[in-house]
Design a protein around this ligand. Structure first.
Ligand code: ADE
Ligand code: ZN
Length: 335
């Protein structure tokens, strides 16, 4: 089964490129760029102490504090290229055929790194991944929900952001960062503007937040995918609605364990989702922060917990291809 899962052509829809920043690359870039890592936090003594700290995340916000410090080492286009290339190499080893990658422009723009620098680095890595590894990819621009909606609006109105969307370099938007107390409806205007630009729409909802955040993402933001959505299991009417609509959930099993949303993968409602006909894909979220577990590790963890049949895995991968936002011809190649 392990070999079968490795060879299955997989789509990844929920990978934050900044979440692929390994402690090794973080320390290397911090040294190159003369960025000082927090001197009062002993976790930043060396890559090994940092990895040990990552094993003890208590919740999403505890992780996010480290995630944002990590980003501070990314300054020029070659840094972003190295980061994304690192991810694509892991993806190739895991049998990823197509990846739709999140990135967080506000976290870079606020540090004086322009959107064009970020995009230039990611574009170079994406082109190399296509040419050398045969991996197709897309970019999804995420908005940080812990920031004021006005900051998100300024970002989507940034001419460089708009140009990337009209040129098709960025094909969708997402909503991420701290979830509790930041309901999707706060960002309705941002999503209205993205929709007018022809963007695909998704949002993190129901990771730590309640099922009402999933409803708000669907009704107020009009998303066609939900990132995580595990708390959907608490609302049977909403579960049926999502199954009937065919909305794709992008599940991240090992992330949920590392961030203490569940105590083990077996606690996730994967069997219930399959039984109810809820479509989902399996994803890695922030692999460098969650025990170096990339996509295949997540597939294997689900297999260990649920003993799915080969037919069930083929169905999961097909739902992922159909729920992808790439060109129809690429979907046909993958099916
Ligand atoms: N940003 C990176 N990973 C995230 C996650 N799992 N939830 C919310 N925001 C994130
Ligand atoms: Zn995520």
């Amino acid at each position: 089964m392990d070999d079968f899962l490795r060879k299955l052509p997989k789509c990844e829809h929920h990978i934050h490129l900044e979440g692929a920043l390994t402690p090794e690359l973080l320390f290397k870039l911090a040294k190159k760029n003369h960025v000082q890592l927090p001197p009062t936090d002993p976790a930043f003594a060396n890559p090994e102490t940092l990895k040990a700290r990552y094993k003890a995340f208590t919740c999403l916000d505890d992780f996010l504090a480290y995630y944002y410090v990590g980003m501070s080492a990314l300054l020029d286009a070659t840094d972003f290229e190295a980061l994304a290339w690192d991810y694509f190499q892991h993806a190739a080893a895991d049998g990823v055929a197509h990846a739709e990658c999140f990135f967080d422009p506000q976290a870079h723009i606020s540090r004086g790194v322009t959107y064009d620098i970020v995009l230039q680095g990611f574009e170079a890595a994406r082109q190399r991944a296509q040419a050398e590894l045969g991996i197709s990819s897309e970019l999804i621009c995420c908005f940080l929900r812990h920031l004021p909606p006005s900051d998100c609006l300024d970002t989507i109105r940034n001419p460089a952001v708009q140009a990337s969307m009209t040129a098709g370099q960025v094909i969708g938007i997402g909503l991420d960062s701290s979830e509790k107390d930041f309901p999707p409806q706060l960002f309705t205007e941002v999503y209205d503007e993205a929709r007018a630009l022809g963007q695909n729409l998704t949002a993190h909802a129901g990771e730590e937040g309640p099922p009402s955040y999933i409803s708000s993402a669907l009704d107020d933001l009009k998303v066609s995918r939900i990132d995580h959505g595990i708390r959907l299991i608490e609302d049977s009417a909403l579960l049926k609605q999502i199954a009937d609509q065919g909305t794709l959930l992008t599940l991240c099993p090992l992330s949920n364990v590392y961030l203490k949303c569940v105590t083990s993968v077996s606690e996730l409602p994967i069997r219930a989702f399959l039984n109810a006909g809820v479509r989902f894909s399996i994803n890695s979220d922030d692999p460098a922060y969650f025990g170096d577990n990339y996509l295949l590790d997540n597939y294997l963890a689900v297999q260990e917990a649920f003993q799915l049949t080969a037919q069930e895995w083929v169905g999961i991968c097909e739902a992922g291809i159909k729920g992808s936002w790439c060109a129809e011809e690429r979907k046909e190649e993958l099916l």
